[in-house]
Design a protein around this ligand. Structure first.
Ligand SMILES: C[S@@+](CC[C@H](N)C(=O)[O-])C[C@H]1O[C@@H](n2cnc3c(N)ncnc32)[C@H](O)[C@@H]1O
Length: 413
């Protein structure tokens, strides 16, 4: 049951080039029978997370053969179970053959059977590969990304980042202090434990956070710990005027409201109407009342120029800090990054125009690509000598077992 469902999700992902969480949520919603969500999630995410290693191991047995999409996903998932799930080989092969026979017929099943038996018997060594290629296959990150991280962070740090990207992310949430204190939440539900690194963060040891009473009551919202650091990095004063230029789905906007205790005002923009609805739903659940949402292009907002006390620009980015949560991002086309860098530059330019004198801007991204982070800010302050860096921080994914994040606080004066 779980394996069939996981294969359906993997095939949907592969065919439609969708995001894994979207494919997963869709399948979970339509599935009526009882099944282990945890096992399906582990099979799907694990297969995509380790894809390069799985393909490397299968390559000698499949070389030159045309393989249909469904069979390809069966081979990858079975190889994942073989290498990473501690399952006996006969059980993996029997299940794969049963499923392929049911969906594709006898011939396809015997094809899969032969390939799996052959590749399970002959584990391929990585010893002859160059250092960078070996790291690329071993951790399943494309070679261009490995080279980029080595260049920007050095080999040792790069190695730690890549391994951290293959860990299972913690179930983190932010306590919504508009409704409850962290102490009171911990008292009410012992499945939450406090993080020692930041004041609003808790980790959940129960099932799904979104199904907990605490979530339904608006006491917590799902947010990674490093993302929570961004709101505190801006720390707008109570009663101040705040602009959030790229707000959806609203994790940081609603955090800013909590920090301001619902005082002052927040204008929150996003380019897409359907995403603004998510922000509004979150704001309602969390009891946020100082927020006005707008659908709009933040490179092109002209009202209230020079009037905002605080601006958050948590803009679009390549997402290379969240590869544990969204493993599929690592296989995206690297050329898209140049376009994003240009968009970030335009957004920063407009942040400058909208910020008042002595105002504060926090620029943040969930990527570790320095061209989108340090280099972007460097070019920005060069163009605007009245902007000064107050503090700059990069959180690497292995430091707090969180997403990787970059944040920079700047003042205009
Ligand atoms: C990293 S996400 C923001 C996450 C959000 N700050 C949070 O914490 O929930 C970037 C957002 O920027 C939005 N975006 C992209 N280009 C934009 C633009 N030109 N103007 C406004 N929003 C934009 C995207 O739709 C996306 O929702």
């Amino acid at each position: 049951m779980e394996r069939e469902l996981a294969l359906m999700i993997l095939s949907d992902y592969e065919r439609n080039q969708t995001f894994l969480n979207i494919a997963l949520n869709h399948a979970f919603q339509v599935q009526k029978k009882d099944f282990s969500k945890e096992l399906v999630t582990a099979l799907v995410y694990g297969t995509i997370q380790h894809r390069l290693m799985l393909e490397y191991q299968l390559e000698p047995s499949v070389k030159g053969k045309r393989i249909k999409l469904f069979e390809r996903m069966v081979l990858l998932m079975s190889m994942y179970e073989h290498l990473y799930m501690n399952m006996p080989d006969y059980a993996i092969v029997n299940e794969a053959v049963r499923i392929v026979k049911k969906k594709r017929g006898r011939q396809a099943a015997s094809f899969v059977n032969a390939i799996l038996r052959n590749s399970f018997e002959h584990k391929r060594s990585l010893d002859d590969l160059k250092k960078e290629e070996r790291l690329s296959i071993e951790t399943s990150h494309p070679l261009w990304m490995v080279k980029m991280f080595i260049k920007q962070y050095g080999f040792k740090t790069c190695e730690k980042i890549l391994h951290a990207n293959n860990e299972v992310p913690l179930k983190s949430a932010r306590v919504n202090t508009l409704k409850i204190s962290r102490e009171a939440l911990l008292e009410k539900d012992h499945r939450f434990i406090a993080s020692s690194h930041s004041e609003d963060c808790v980790f959940y040891q129960g099932g799904t956070i979104a199904e907990s009473e605490a979530f339904k009551n608006g006491w917590v919202t799902i947010q990674d710990e490093s993302s929570q650091l961004v709101g505190r990095f801006l720390s707008p004063d109570k009663g101040s005027r705040v602009l959030d230029m790229c707000c959806a789905p609203g994790s940081k906007t609603t955090h800013l409201s909590a920090i301001m205790d619902n005082t002052g005002s927040i204008d929150a923009y996003d380019l897409y109407a359907h995403k603004i609805h998510l922000v509004e739903d979150n704001a309602k659940r969390l009891g946020v009342t100082n927020l006005t949402t707008h659908v709009g292009d933040s490179t092109d907002i002209h009202c209230f120029e020079g009037e905002y006390d605080y601006i958050l620009l948590d803009g679009p980015c390549s997402g290379l800090g969240v590869l544990a949560r969204k493993p599929e991002i690592r296989y995206h086309d690297s050329n898209a990054m140049d376009e994003i860098i240009l968009l970030q530059k335009k957004l920063l330019e407009n942040a400058y125009t909208l910020c008042k004198n002595k105002g504060i801007i926090v620029y943040s991204t969930c990527t570790l690509n320095k061209k989108e982070n340090e280099k972007q800010v460097e070019a920005f302050i060069k163009a605007h000598p009245d902007m000064h860096i107050l503090e700059e921080r990069t959180v690497l994914p292995y430091e707090l077992h969180s997403d990787g994040f970059y944040m920079c606080r700047l003042r205009k004066d």
